[in-house]
Design a protein around this ligand. Structure first.
Ligand SMILES: Cc1cc2nc3c(=O)[nH]c(=O)nc-3n(C[C@H](O)[C@H](O)[C@H](O)COP(=O)(O)OP(=O)(O)OC[C@H]3O[C@@H](n4cnc5c(N)ncnc54)[C@H](O)[C@@H]3O)c2cc1C
Length: 422
């Protein structure tokens, strides 16, 4: 049964769109999205209707129930990825790759700390001195590259939970991640939701049960409740003004870590990396962009480069041309090739620098020792009127993922539906 409740959702990423899908079956829903397209940090590029690159989210990291459930519902297919992992040392490709030496010993120590601390403090305390320098270095590379986190801020307990819940099974979606959010958009539209793009929200005036949302262009939208499903970086910047102000929630946003990444997807005429080794999945080594992966089992001649965490920061202001040059230079180093040869083989490129997108400002969140408490604040509705959702508010086993975003959007929608019913 439809009621007269008017719900406004800010942000048409995975979190905002799943909330729209759930709520628009029962209530009047308006989604306001700042960019000219939906999907947020999910952006598949299509060439002639065929998936050409995932410039944002790419993998489904494990058998994740909401994501896989949605894919099934939408009739979308996905496939298991595989490939060997190589480390390049002095120009040699080595498949006997160990990300972190004495991994089990490290995990055991991480599990036994009585109170949470940052990873840097943990290493300094439990692995002091020069003899652990190489362990410090490899942990730092992993934390920066995978979690996009700052060693001096990231929580040991959160890393332990994430690292021990990691799935061996990763998948890609045949039709691209965007097909999944398009499905949520389609269902919401069929249920009469309004989805408005190019609507940058700047002000939210509210009292219990009433909100007036104003965009940069001066258009106002009124409703009974608002869900704020924007990236954490937007909350941290404070570019959406609340009246009355929400100081506790804004302070809480600063207690969650916000990472950064530069992702480069390059297509070539020929798979030159196969000269180094067969079945290449991932390659890591010392280069300006240190991490690369292929599309296996898909045979596309595509390599994706990943520069994450604090090492990406000095490069965020660079032009796409400069970043492409840096990417090719990195591949020349890692694959023992001449950069001009690689330039001759290059057929297409997508450089995505999400930190420079003013409506995203970063990549995905990570936990600091203060994050669990901050998430409690942000996950508590303000007078049954203001709700927050989005990847950064998730406290389960798959942080920083699309699953995390979907989980929070769904939870907020359920909370609102339950609250209205009672
Ligand atoms: C490069 C990269 C690779 C990734 N790889 C993976 C992966 O392989 N697997 C995985 O599971 N996850 C991955 N992630 C993370 C995943 O993309 C995110 O966790 C998820 O998409 C976040 O969804 P969200 O709805 O919380 O936020 P978003 O998708 O960021 O959506 C928020 C929306 O709010 C809008 N907005 C911002 N400000 C305003 C405003 N003032 N008014 C109106 N709208 C506004 C934004 O434009 C955006 O569309 C990756 C992320 C990045 C950046």
């Amino acid at each position: 049964m439809r009621t007269s409740e008017e719900i406004i959702i800010i942000g048409a990423g995975a979190a905002g769109l799943i909330a729209a899908r759930e709520l628009s079956a029962h209530h009047s829903v308006t989604v306001l999205e700042a960019r000219d397209t939906i999907g947020g940090r999910i952006q598949t590029v299509y060439r002639d209707g065929v998936k050409s690159a995932e410039t944002g989210a790419e993998f489904v990291h494990g058998e994740l129930p909401i994501t896989l459930g949605l894919l099934k519902e939408a009739g979308l297919s996905y496939y298991h990825i595989y490939g060997k992992m190589f480390q390049v040392r002095d120009g040699k490709w080595d498949a006997r790759y160990e990300m972190i030496e004495d991994w089990d010993g490290l995990l055991e120590k991480m599990s036994s700390i009585p109170t949470d601390m940052t990873m840097q403090a943990f290493l300094d305390e439990l692995y002091p001195g020069e003899r652990y320098a190489s362990l410090h270095e490899s942990v730092k590379s992993f934390v920066q590259g995978y979690d996009l986190a700052d060693m001096t801020k990231v929580s040991v307990k959160a890393l332990y939970s994430e690292w021990t819940n990691e799935s061996e099974n990763n998948f890609r979606i045949d039709q691209g991640y965007t097909a999944m959010v398009r499905y949520l958009e389609d269902v919401s539209l069929r249920q009469q939701a309004r989805i408005i793009t190019n609507a940058v929200v700047r002000n939210i005036d509210w009292s219990a049960g009433s909100v007036t949302v104003t965009t940069e262009a001066g258009t106002t939208y009124t409703g009974n409740r608002v869900i704020i499903a924007v990236p954490l970086g937007i909350l941290q910047q404070g570019t959406i003004h609340f009246s009355p102000a929400l100081p506790d929630q804004m302070a809480a946003a600063h207690n969650i870590g916000w990472g950064t990444v530069i992702k480069t997807v390059l297509a070539f005429k020929a798979p030159f990396w196969e000269k180094q080794a067969p079945q290449v999945g991932f390659v890591l080594g010392k280069a300006p962009i240190p991490t690369w992966w292929t599309q296996l089992p898909d045979k596309a001649n595509v390599l994706t480069g990943w520069l994450g965490g604090p090492p990406a920061i000095p490069h965020l202001h660079k032009t796409d041309e400069a970043l492409l040059e840096m990417a090719l230079q990195s591949l020349a180093i890692l694959c023992n090739e001449n950069i001009d040869t690689l330039k001759g083989l290059l057929t297409d490129s997508h450089i995505s620098n999400w930190a420079s997108d003013p409506h995203v400002t970063g990549s995905y969140s990570y936990s600091t020792p203060a994050t669990a408490a901050a998430q409690v604040v942000l996950n508590t509705p303000v007078q049954q009127t203001i709700y927050f959702a989005g990847e950064a508010l998730y406290n389960g086993a798959s942080p920083g993922t699309v699953e995390a975003a979907l989980s929070t959007g769904k939870a907020v929608a359920e909370r609102i539906l339950q609250g209205i019913k009672n």
